[in-house]
Design a binder for this molecule. Structure first.
Ligand code: HEC
Length: 116
């Protein structure tokens, strides 16, 4: 009996383990600071510069980010700026995660000002 059930059990496990791994790493809605910081400086950085000093997109210094409300920033991040190269990230970032990046840009941004 056990011998017969074993292959099924293994198939079950082989299916379950990646699901568990995915659940751990994928968008669970909760902000994961390490992932979001990497995304900000690498993915956003591909346009805004790895140090956020600008490139295809404008620089994103802390002082400039503080002139926008956290809500406006979160909206820009989730939905982009239509008619420009700024894409929306709603497919990759939950509301909470976009909000985390918005607040990070305003408070903990590595680039304080363009004068740095
Ligand atoms: C494909 C290139 C590209 C990527 C990737 C990109 N942006 Fe942008 N972003 C732009 C461009 C271009 C603009 C300026 C649009 C305009 O002309 O108003 C912009 C504008 C912005 C603004 C408004 C800046 C201001 O001073 O008003 C913010 C904030 C912003 N992006 C944040 C982000 C964040 C955060 C990410 C990553 C989640 C990101 N962007 C990824 C191209 C990009």
């Amino acid at each position: 009996m056990l011998k017969r059930a074993l292959p099924l059990l293994l198939i079950g496990l082989a299916w379950l383990l990646p699901q568990a791994a995915l659940a751990g790493s994928q968008d669970t809605g909760a902000a994961n600071p390490e992932r979001l910081e990497t995304l900000l400086y690498q993915d956003c950085g591909s346009c805004h510069g790895m140090t956020l000093r600008g490139g295809l997109g404008p620089a994103l210094p802390r002082d400039r980010m503080q002139t926008l409300s956290p809500e406006a920033l979160t909206h820009i991040i989730r939905y982009g700026i239509p008619g420009t190269a700024m894409p929306g990230w709603a497919a990759l970032l939950s509301e909470e995660e976009a909000r985390w990046i918005a607040e990070h840009l305003q408070t903990d941004n590595r680039l304080k000002t363009l004068g740095d």
